[in-house]
Design a protein around this ligand. Structure first.
Ligand SMILES: [Zn+2]
Length: 310
């Protein structure tokens, strides 16, 4: 009898051990925060700061025009379960984000709430129109929203994003703070490297497709010689092409730049007319094979602009 008892109790111990082990294996790790980003650059920044504590999805890829996105049901579903929504703002997503937010009905991520970050409001914006006239094209009334291409903006924004992650997920506060410190240190070193590399671009004249490059070129001291769009967001016209060609004949530019997400048609046409080479820049993370994170995005951009690997 005693013998059996011992065996039974040993068995029970084993069962409870397996039960505990089973729980440990099957218990989900602390649920990661769901982050919905409108653009790849902010998704990457959140990944840098949040590591495995965040599950990040981007509404757009680098090959999509962030001005024009369809508010698909799959995107609405993602906003619905998001703990944090992060977007450029300043009207970049005016054609689709308000609709997504309305349809998702997730109060925690509505503008003004802790779960909503409008990045462009965190930095000094360029190109704020003095007067607003919609006949001037698809003007960004709150200024230029393409703020991520000045790396100093990314650094400033990383502080705000970190603080927001801490606010929403205070259990991991120290984790986010440490990752932000580490990111900021590496980022500041990289900025110095890029500035050194980009010094040769000071005063260089460049034709752009759209004003996506205002922050990048202001930082580098590059001069914008003209835009292929006659007015922001509008396709180029024959008249505008001639006008720009004449301008460039008088004061030439070194290159014609367009983003990976833009058609190269207008740039190639201007290149044929003017003899100025076209340079495609990734614009954001994923814009080409090498731009796999924020660091390589700037590495590639500087390489292309300086001709190091054009
Ligand atoms: Zn724009």
């Amino acid at each position: 009898m005693a013998h059996i008892n011992i065996e039974v109790s040993a068995m029970m111990k084993n069962i409870s051990l397996w039960f505990v082990l089973g729980l440990m294996v099957s218990a989900p790790a602390a649920a990661a925060m769901n982050v919905f980003s409108c653009e790849p650059e902010w998704a990457e920044l959140v990944r840098e700061l949040g590591g495995d504590k965040v599950s990040v999805t981007s509404a757009t890829t680098a090959l999509q025009d962030p001005h024009r996105v369809e508010a698909r049901p799959s995107l609405i579903a993602k906003v619905r379960k998001a703990d944090l929504v992060i977007c450029s703002g300043a009207e970049l997503e005016v054609g689709w984000l308000p609709m997504l937010l309305r349809q998702a009905g997730n109060g925690a991520v509505m503008p003004g709430r802790d779960g909503y970050i409008e990045v462009a409001t965190l930095v000094d914006r360029l190109d704020i129109p003095k007067t607003l006239d919609r006949s001037d094209g698809d003007v960004h009334a709150s200024g230029n929203p393409h703020v991520h291409l000045d790396p100093r903006n990314i650094l400033a924004i990383s502080h705000v994003v970190m603080r927001r992650l801490v606010m929403l997920d205070s259990a991991n506060a120290v984790f986010y703070q440490q990752r932000q410190r580490d990111f900021a240190e590496r980022w500041q070193q990289a900025i110095l490297r890029w500035q050194l590399q980009g010094a040769q671009l000071k005063g260089v004249r460049v034709v752009v497709h759209h004003q996506d490059w205002a922050y990048l070129f202001q930082w580098l001291g590059v001069e914008i010689a003209g835009t292929l769009e006659p007015k922001p967001g509008l396709p180029t016209t024959a008249g505008h092409v001639v006008e720009l060609k004449n301008t460039l004949a008088k004061s030439p530019a070194r290159m014609i730049v367009h983003a990976a997400y833009q058609s190269d048609r207008a740039a190639q046409r201007m290149s044929q007319l003017s003899g100025i080479p076209v340079v495609v820049l990734p614009y954001t993370v994923g814009g080409d094979d090498k731009s796999v994170d924020l660091f390589t995005l700037f590495d590639v951009t500087l390489q292309r602009l300086t001709g190091d690997s054009r």
